[in-house]
Design a protein around this ligand. Sequence first.
Ligand SMILES: [Zn+2]
Length: 264
Amino acid sequence: MPNAKLVFINGRRQLVPIGTRIRQDSDRQYNQHRAQTKQDYLAFYHSTAWQHTRQAVLLRDNGVCQRCGMPATLVDHIIPSEDDWADRLSEDNLQSLCKDCHYWKTRRETVKRKKGQGRAMRINIIAGYPGSGKTTYVKRHLGQHDLVYDYDALMAALTGLPEHAGNIDANDYVQLIYELMLRKLKAEQTFEQVWIIMTYPDEKLDSLLVSRNLHHIMLSTSRAECIDRLNKNHRKLSQFMKAINKVDELKRDGKYDSFEVVAG
Ligand SMILES: [Zn+2]
């Protein structure tokens, strides 16, 4: 197709006529150029306001790198200041980092910018009864540059035990991974798609990632079918009944109303 070119529009590949100007990119360049000249940058980093904010953030973070725990040497904009100039003094957008962690973060940002694709990362939340086919559904739709959060698979990986063995201490670690992951997803658009497999809806996730491209999906597999499947797979049904009943209760309360229902 010699008359078309491949471009990224809001993170999606599209073929457009070859002469098309992609406004999003050029507008952004224009806005950036207008908002911050090099002088603005220098003035900002020398300003008293920045020095005060910087000290406050280092104090808040106990002088510890928020990524690796080593002594922090600088304060970093989680969303780079050139992408969000208005937010440059907001402590919510600032974190203490060590030199190494800052180097790697900046490198990833530069690579992403060069690729010229502001990916509109899609976050899929996959819910449903135990045994409803959530993991299978994700595997069927998984892409080449996706992230999967699967509680059961992580628990099994961390304990070396079969899934659903239960281990309250390992659970604590998996929760920690989940929280760190949400924090990073809030700040970055690194993946094409993210798949979060969970039995119940999570209000914390929804509110934290409210500005993101969120899709709630629920497997339609019926309660009876799930129980049948769990039995056939020789699962101890008693381990799952609490979760199955909880799903029913949340369904009655309308907690899954925003979910798109798909076949499992
Ligand atoms: Zn570090």
